[in-house]
Design a protein around this ligand. Structure first.
Ligand code: SF4
Length: 364
């Protein structure tokens, strides 16, 4: 079965032609997928029954299944999706006043190894396909009430987005198309730990989106401890590519800084950050750490957060402390997946105990 969301137009145009149908049929299917939020061909009632049956035989709209759907009191909803090959990813819908933001994943696991992150704990399994990325958007859109509309996309879920640009860019093109989700490119933010070659490629080919560069430390020595991949990428080079992206795109840059208690939250690091970001038209998002089970990192104290913020503000940095939404549902990247896997592993252990030594292994 072919996953339609991988290349909707390229798959449907020849298919309808072979079935004696005009190209306008592609637009009808797109309308059902993106505007009517259809999840199967049988809903597409302006196509004949035989066409719907044949489409269902040749294509699938969903390639994943929902393993878990959690909701928090603040309106945040999170999906844990099981992919066709058994891999699992997470995606999140955030409600904030009139904003409806979705946060999507680009890889199963992550190879960047940021020490505080649940997604990277088991390394990278594989890149997602374009269809799997678009599917997250549509599944999250289908959680909205009829009177709600998606307004923003942040590509900040599981994985390093710039390590999977080949699949991500066509997916984002679907998000911005008028006959797709119709979301303005300036409302789409791609995050990166600072893969400089890919930043250059994005700047030269598609400088339409906002870029969020994860710093997490103001100097190379500390950054290498927090973001291991940074031992090959100097902060100066990352900032040079970020500046280049800003020049070509005109989009205000964002820098992300996960504030880890006792690690990167001292006045010294705040002062270094001021010096680093001075003169840049950029926003610094500071995210006080959300503890992950099994990892030793702590949320910084309120005093440390206050002092850190004060130094940045006095230094003229445009700083936002980001609220943690959806704490009750493991909203930090990779946490729901890990919890589901450890629960599944426990079930597997229980099953083995019940079945004796010849029983099935863990099911994670
Ligand atoms: S924080 Fe992002 S880049 Fe770092 S390991 Fe986690 S998913 Fe990967």
């Amino acid at each position: 079965m072919v996953h339609l969301l991988n290349a909707i137009d390229d798959l449907l145009t020849p298919w309808f032609h072979d079935h004696g149908q005009g190209k306008y049929r592609v637009g009808q299917v797109r309308q059902w997928l993106f505007q009517q939020r259809a999840s199967n061909f049988s809903e597409m009632t302006n196509l004949s029954q035989s066409l719907r049956d044949e489409l269902s035989r040749d294509f699938t709209i969903w390639s994943a299944t929902v393993a878990k759907h959690t909701q928090a009191d603040d309106g945040t909803e999170k999906l844990l999706l099981t992919l066709a090959d058994g891999g699992q990813i997470e995606c999140v819908l955030l409600r904030d006043e009139v904003r409806r933001t979705i946060c999507i994943s680009t890889q199963v696991g992550c190879g960047m190894g940021c020490v505080f992150c649940a997604s990277g704990l088991d390394g990278l399994s594989r890149n997602l396909t374009t269809g799997e990325i678009v599917e997250q958007m549509l599944r999250l859109q289908s959680l909205l009430r009829e009177d709600e509309r998606l307004s923003h996309i942040v590509v900040m879920g599981m994985g390093e987005p710039l390590a999977n640009l080949d699949a991500l860019l066509p997916a984002l093109a679907e998000a911005t198309r008028e006959d797709g989700l119709g979301i303005s490119a300036r409302r789409i933010t791609i995050s990166t730990v600072g893969l400089t070659k890919a930043m250059r490629r994005l700047a030269e080919t598609t400088p339409r989106y906002r870029l969020a560069v994860s710093l997490h430390a103001p100097n190379d020595e500390l950054r290498q401890q927090i973001v291991p991949v940074a031992d090959k990428i100097r902060i100066a080079d990352v900032l040079a590519e970020a500046d280049n992206y800003f020049d070509l795109s005109g989009r205000q840059l964002t820098f992300e800084y996960v504030l880890l208690g006792g690690i990167n939250d001292s006045p010294r690091e705040a002062t270094e950050l001021v010096n680093l970001l001075a003169g840049r038209t950029a926003i610094l998002n500071v995210i006080p750490y959300n503890p992950v089970a099994g990892l030793p990192y702590k949320t910084p104290s309120h005093n440390a957060q206050r002092a850190f913020r004060q130094i940045l503000e006095q230094g003229g940095v445009s700083v936002h402390f980001r609220h943690r939404k959806g704490d009750a549902i493991d909203a930090a990247c990779g946490q729901l997946r890990r919890r589901a896997q450890s629960e599944a592993a426990l079930v597997g252990i229980d099953a083995r105990v019940g079945e004796g030594e010849g029983g099935r292994g863990g099911v994670s």
